[in-house]
Design a protein around this ligand. Structure first.
Ligand code: ADP
Length: 785
């Protein structure tokens, strides 16, 4: 046999394939069915010789034989006795040998009993440890009482080497045999135990890592459920990347890295965490290194500027100069401009157009109503909900470090206990400082020197002088009707047509229609309302085209009313000045200048002067001064010196709801009073402006250009103004002054003959005869003549 050992009293199946053995079986089955079974020492030997075989074997009875189709046999042998080969008598056709039966002594003594017990115990333990011992076998072993059989059975069922099995076979005495089996069992158990230990150690190791992994996964799941942890890790990594990409300057980068380190240690649900994160977001999202390339092509820029706006030559020229110098000096700082003018004159759209011409981003913030320095410069991070100031916010929105940055309404910034915003603005607008603008929130400085700042204002006066100093002021005073017409035909109409999806073939505007809109539907220095009314007409026409009421149309004067409804503004000069006591002034308003009416009325009373129309202190004082001057010179004006003794005088300036102030209505009040007192009408095409002193001197005023434009819109032909404004007048372009007669006066008396109508008043004169015995009116007429 190869690989196995047969013990007495045990049955095993065998496959017989070797010719020699088949012959042996055949022969044996013909006689007593008994064969000797020995094991070959080396299982690999195919044709074993006698020296290849062990000398101790087992005599066995063949109890069953099946012949297979391939000629091999399946037999079951039942061992019954050990034997030892004495000598071989024949080797062919099979081995035949003389043997000696090795009979066993089944002596039962304490030693063998004890050994049996031990072996049974060990086997029981062993059976529990390995899967291949059946419970039947265990119970057989348990109930066995022959020590020899016990040893043989156990040796047979162990998975030990053939050599070891043979050793058991060769031990004839039961005690050493049991001892041997006991040793083998112990050894096997030991091996299994060691194996288990190693396994459990390995497993333990695996378990540990697995456990950790498992816990970590669970922790992640929990944190995810709570919205933390994992997120933080992700965020920290993201910020790391962003810091690298943001192109921060070295000191800012250091701060960012320090802050990130802090963040990685914080609990994501803490308030501190979100503060820190917001800060890092700001730091990394600012365009430290992002800038647009300037379009330095002067011709191209000029084309873009002309494409967007009519005239405004001063600004356009300034921009092109800037571009030219930029070509010669690449690190030139951005200019700081300030556009001053009433609404709707194109300040904002000009800023946008400049950005477009330069190829830069455009950003706009409003400073109107900003009281707090922190709005410009940000809040320190220690405040809850702190944010950077508007400048840094604007830069972030622009996404580049060199945008065209428009700051609207610099004339409307306030100043109070919260600090002075204009001080912060000074830093922003100072080329010597703004390369390192420090925002309280950011703490690290940001370079604003490449930004092109454009401030806008309606008035220049309220702008703090220091701020004014920093900027190049460019005035955009408003447009004449003629200019408005051109802006409308060249820019506004095409723009609105496009915005409403209309083609030029579908809708045209006649010039007189546009003039009608300008005169009867708007009263403004700019063109914003004009643009709005044109848009209104476009909408109306678009609707009719869609409804197939018409295919195309040309808007005429008459049609304007159809689309815009009844006229909104009337020429009221003539009508309102048709009674004595009403004079026309011009005021400078946020919308660019407008005409105002000063009305005076007189009633019987007791020397009271009533002033109404929401007038400011300065204006009230002007009124008092005007009255006092007239009283003091009543004689010169041919008035009864006591005219005030028994009368009350009321001066009113409509519209009463609008606050009016300033000294420049002095002349107008004077003329209104004089008109009332002398009963002479004010000429309807005369407007006036100028401050007066108690001695009648006329002092200069501001905003002349706007005032002249306003007067022009209202159809004024004669303009009375202080002589000391002559230089301002000289600077005003001819096309604006066209159609006016200007009367420069030094003392207020000079205004009288220009402003008041000649001739006999329609009502009874107040004053009786003068000293010369002439009617004051007659005197006046002669004087004029
Ligand atoms: P502001 O900022 O001065 O109040 P906007 O820039 O809002 O005025 O101008 C109002 C509208 O008038 C814009 O649509 C603008 O394009 C148009 N506009 C103003 N001036 C001109 C001009 N000179 N040429 C063409 N369009 C103009």
């Amino acid at each position: 046999m190869r690989d196995t050992v047969l013990y007495p009293e045990l049955m095993i199946p065998l496959v017989v394939g070797r010719d020699k053995s088949i012959k042996l079986i055949d022969d044996a089955l013909k006689t007593d069915n008994i064969i000797g079974v020995v094991t070959q020492k080396d299982a690999k030997v195919e044709e074993p010789e006698q020296e290849h075989l062990y000398e101790v074997g087992t005599a066995a009875l063949i109890t069953k034989m099946i012949r297979m189709q391939d000629g091999t046999l399946r037999i079951i042998v039942h061992g019954f006795s050990r034997f030892r080969i004495k000598n071989y008598t024949s080797l062919d056709p099979y081995f035949i040998a003389e043997t000696r039966i090795l009979s066993e002594q089944e002596e039962r003594n304490n030693e063998s009993e004890a050994l049996m017990l031990n072996v049974k115990k060990l086997f029981e333990k062993f059976a529990e440890m390995v899967p291949y011992i059946s419970s039947d076998l265990t119970s057989i072993v348990k109930n066995m009482d022959s020590p020899g059989r016990l040893a043989d059975l156990i040796a047979h069922s162990l998975r030990i080497s053939t050599d070891e099995k043979q050793q058991v076979l060769e031990l004839i005495d039961v005690v050493p045999r049991l001892e041997r089996v006991s040793y083998l069992l112990s050894k096997e158990i030991n091996i299994i135990e060691i194996r288990n230990k190693i396994q459990s150690e390995v497993k333990g190791e695996i378990d540990k890592t697995q456990r950790e992994y498992y816990l970590r996964e669970q922790l992640k799941a929990i944190q995810k459920e709570l919205g933390e942890g994992d997120e933080r890790e992700l965020e920290v990594n993201e910020f790391k990347e962003r810091i690298e990409k943001a192109g921060l300057p070295p000191d800012a980068k250091k701060v960012a890295e320090k802050e990130l380190k802090r963040l990685s240690k914080m609990h994501p649900s803490s308030a501190e965490y979100s503060v820190c994160r917001t800060y890092l977001e700001w730091l990394t999202e600012l365009p430290w290194a992002t800038a647009t390339e300037d379009n330095l092509d002067v011709k191209d820029a000029a084309r873009v500027l002309d494409e967007d706006h009519y005239d405004l030559e001063k600004v356009k020229k300034r921009m092109l100069e800037y571009l030219a110098v930029r070509q010669l000096k690449s690190d030139m700082k951005g200019p700081i401009l300030c556009f001053v003018g009433p609404p709707g004159v194109g300040k904002t759209s000009l800023g946008k157009s400049i950005a477009r011409a330069l190829g830069r981003k455009f950003i706009r913030i409003s400073l109107g109503g900003v009281h707090d320095e922190a709005e410009i410069r940000g809040h320190r991070r220690t405040y809850v909900g702190a944010l950077p100031g508007r400048i840094i916010q604007g830069i972030k929105r622009a996404g580049t470090s060199n945008p065209v940055f428009m700051m609207d309404e610099v004339d409307k910034i306030g100043m109070d206990f919260r600090g002075d915003p204009s001080a912060a603005l000074l830093e922003v607008l100072d080329p010597e400082q703004n390369f390192s603008f420090s925002d309280h929130y950011l703490e690290v400085s940001f370079d604003l020197s490449k930004v092109m700042f454009i401030a806008t204002a309606n008035f220049l006066e309220p702008v703090p002088p220091a701020l004014k100093d920093r900027m190049e002021v460019i005035e955009l005073p408003g447009y004449t009707d003629d200019e408005k017409l051109r802006i409308a035909t060249q820019f506004l109409v095409p723009k609105e047509l496009d915005a409403h999806g209309l083609k030029t073939e579908q809708l045209q505007f006649e010039d007189e229609a546009i003039l009608e809109i300008i005169h009867s539907y708007t009263r403004e220095a700019g063109v914003r309302n004009l643009e709005r009314e044109i848009a209104n007409i476009c909408r109306g026409v678009a609707k009719e085209i869609v409804e197939r009421i018409l295919e195309n149309t040309a808007i005429t004067r008459v049609l304007v009313q159809k689309y815009l409804g009844p006229q909104k503004f009337y020429p009221e000069l003539a009508e309102r000045t048709s009674i004595p006591g009403v004079a026309v002034g011009v005021a400078w308003t946020p919308t660019g200048g407008d005409i105002i009416f000063v009305e005076a009325a007189k009633a019987k009373g007791k020397r009271t002067l009533t002033l109404t129309g929401h007038l400011g202190e300065v204006m009230k004082e002007s009124a008092q001064a005007a009255l006092s001057y007239i009283r003091s010179k009543a004689k010169d004006f041919h008035l009864n010196p006591d005219f005030f003794e028994e009368s009350d005088i009321h001066i009113h300036v409509p519209a009463g709801a609008i606050q009016k102030d300033g000294p420049s209505a002095g002349i107008t009040i004077f003329i209104a009073l004089l008109s009332l007192l002398t009963n002479r009408l004010v000429k309807s095409d005369v407007a006036m402006t100028g401050e007066i002193t108690l001695r009648g001197a006329v002092l200069p005023i501001g905003g002349l250009k706007e005032k002249i434009l306003a007067a022009k819109r209202a159809g004024i032909k004669h303009f009375i103004l202080p002589d000391r404004n002559k230089t301002d007048l000289d600077e005003i372009p001819e096309h604006i002054k066209d159609g006016f007669t200007f009367h420069l006066i030094k003392i207020v008396d000079e205004a009288v003959n220009v402003a008041l109508q000649e001739g006999i008043p329609t009502t009874v004169p107040i004053a009786p005869k003068t000293e010369e015995g002439k009617n004051y009116n007659a005197d006046y007429v002669s004087k004029v003549n």
